[in-house]
Design a protein around this ligand. Sequence first.
Ligand code: PLP
Length: 375
Amino acid sequence: MLMIPGPTPVPEKVLLAMAKHPIGHRSSEFSQIIAETNENLKWLFQTKNPVLALCASGTGTIEAAIVNFLSTGDRVIVGSNGKFGDRWAQIAKAYGLNVQSITAEWGVPLNPDDIASALQADGDIKAVIVTHSETSTGVLNDLEAINKAVKENSDALIIVDAVTSLGSHNIPVDEWGIDVIGSGSQKGFMLPPGMGFVTASEKAWAAYEKATLPKFYLDLGKYRKAADKASTPFTPPVNLYFGMKVALEMMKAEGLENIFARHTRHKEAARAAMKAMGLPLFAPDTHASPAVTSVVPDGIDAEKIRSVMKKRFDIALAGGQDHMKGKMFRMGHLGFVSDRDILCAITALEATLQELGYKPPASGVLAASERLQKG
Ligand SMILES: Cc1ncc(COP(=O)(O)O)c(C=O)c1O
């Protein structure tokens, strides 16, 4: 059982849809699948602009955002309070951008006022790049407030890593005027790894016309042109498209509000359970990711917990990253996750703690169950 923040569980219906011989990607049969999935991706991203599917992981979508909408020497702000924020600064620097990092400690949300002040101090910022759900820490940055700070203080593009928030948290992309937003198939999409999704605003497409950074495979203009004809510029992962067709149908049947409510319920159930069991949470309640709950157990080895969970119960939890390696475990609850999965994981965790000689002050199972009951 996968309780990591990606790859996430894939429904059997989706797996079976992929268990077929590939078909020609220039066939009319495949073109129909592209036309349907493109429309449904727009629904999921809450945008009227095309959502472009790349044969790349989530990182590829943010690299695409950088190379398509910016030019060498451009001044950009990167919000960084975890591993992924750091990564976007690295990529921006690799492409010769002039990067100003606005940071917060791991576990602490980015302060929108810091971004506002930085924009006020430098009138020539071309883009602000932020990670919405910082998976390395379990912090959900306040995208609405950050976006407002960007809009009120600049003409900069806002580029958003929504790798673990798209499909788990409400992001009204067009309503908020998010310029570029990227995500990956192995996260909230109930699909295996292999595809990245990115969409851009009209303002971003205007910047594309002037952007000078080199690009070829990630040239989004090519993908947009092809999408207009229900096609792709290069050979797409055909079988992933078979799965995506079914996964998006399932998501539409559940409805966006229900999907977001389910993720909130699971996040709150997981957090209630950790608190009951006396396990310290790394992200504050006010800024907790709906995709992943990060825990820094006091006096119990996080790696031992993960090891017992895997060996005895075959439940995979993620570990800490970078300097949090060995100090943290992270429970994913993203994508195709049910109340039963949450209860099962918490039950196994409680048993694991007991096996490791730790007596939880109260039952995590009861706390989670109570929260789940509320719907
Ligand atoms: C918030 C966030 N951004 C970016 C990435 C990188 O995505 P990928 O590994 O698909 O390139 C991840 C992966 O976990 C992530 O959680």
